[in-house]
Design a protein around this ligand. Structure first.
Ligand code: SAH
Length: 221
C-alpha cells in the first residue's frame, strides 16, 4: 500500500481520529471548525509508513531531514488562535509534512505555504494532490522573505522558530491581520500572537512550545 493511499479514511482510522479529537477537547480546544478539520484529516498519510501506526498519538514525530510533524495539540492551538481573528488568505512558513497546511486549507480561503527543504516539499505536494486541496499553493523558498508577490495576508502562521520577530513578515501582515509564531533560541520558545492594528503591532505570549529553528536559505537535498 502506498503511503499516500487514502483507504485509511475508513472506519478504523476515523475512530482513532475521534479519540484524538476528544483528547484535544479535554485539553481545552473548543473551536468547532478546528476540531472538525482534525476529525476529518487523515494524519497518517503525512507520516512515513514505519511510524504511521503512531499517527493519532498526540505527539510530534520525525519526518526526515531532521524535521518533525507538529504535535496535534499544538496544531490545534495555533490554528484556533489564528482563526479566532482571520479566515482569509493565510501564509504558512514551514510546510514540513503538509499536515498543518491541510488543516488550514479546510478553514481558510487560500493557503500559501513555503518550505526550505525541497525533498520535504516534493512529498508534501504528493499528499496535497492525493487529497485534492484546491486552495493550497506551495513552494520551496526561504520563509524569512515571506511571499511578497502575494502579500498582504490576513494571517501568518510560522511553524519553525526564528530568534526574533522578522520585520519582513510583520510588513506582509495586513491591518486587522494576525500572526502566530514561536520565537526564541533552542530549548523552549514563546508562542507569540501579533495583531496588526491601525496604530501598529500588539504582541501577546500564549504558550511555551518547542519547535525546530527557522533557518536561512534553501536546501535541495
Ligand atoms: N507544520 C509542519 C512542521 C514542520 S517542522 C508539520 O506539521 O509537518 C518545521 C518546518 O519548517 C521544517 O520542515 C523546516 O524545514 C521548515 N523551515 C525551517 N526554516 C524555514 C524557512 N526559513 N523557510 C521555510 N521553511 C523553513
Amino acid at each position: 500500500m502506498s503511503e499516500f493511499d487514502l483507504r485509511g479514511i475508513g472506519m478504523t482510522s476515523q475512530r482513532t481520529r475521534d479519540r484524538l479529537v476528544a483528547r484535544l477537547r479535554e485539553q481545552g480546544i473548543e473551536h468547532p471548525g478546528v476540531l472538525d478539520a482534525m476529525a476529518s484529516t487523515p494524519r497518517h498519510i503525512f507520516i512515513d509508513e514505519a511510524l504511521s501506526h503512531r499517527a493519532y498519538e498526540d505527539t510530534a514525530l520525525p519526518i526526515g531531514h531532521g524535521q518533525t510533524i507538529s504535535q496535534p495539540l499544538v496544531v490545534a492551538l495555533m490554528t484556533a488562535t489564528l482563526l479566532n481573528e482571520v479566515r482569509g488568505r493565510v501564509l504558512e512558513l514551514g510546510t514540513g509534512s503538509g499536515y498543518q497546511t491541510a488543516i488550514l486549507s479546510a478553514l481558510c480561503q487560500r493557503v500559501f505555504s513555503i518550505e526550505r527543504v525541497e525533498p520535504l516539499m516534493q512529498r508534501a505536494r504528493l499528499r496535497f494532490d492525493a487529497m485534492g486541496l484546491p486552495n493550497v499553493v506551495a513552494r520551496v523558498g526561504d520563509g524569512y522573505r515571506g511571499w511578497p508577490e502575494q502579500a498582504p495576508f490576513s494571517g501568518i502562521l510560522v511553524t519553525a522558530a526564528p530568534r526574533s520577530l522578522p520585520d519582513t513578515l510583520l510588513e506582509q501582515l495586513e491591518v486587522g491581520g494576525r500572526m502566530i509564531v514561536p520565537v526564541g533560541d533552542g530549548g523552549m520558545q514563546e508562542l507569540k500572537v501579533i495583531d496588526r492594528t491601525e496604530d501598529g503591532y500588539v504582541e501577546t505570549v500564549v504558550e511555551y512550545v518547542r519547535f525546530v529553528p527557522m533557518l536561512k536559505g534553501v536546501r535541495t537535498s
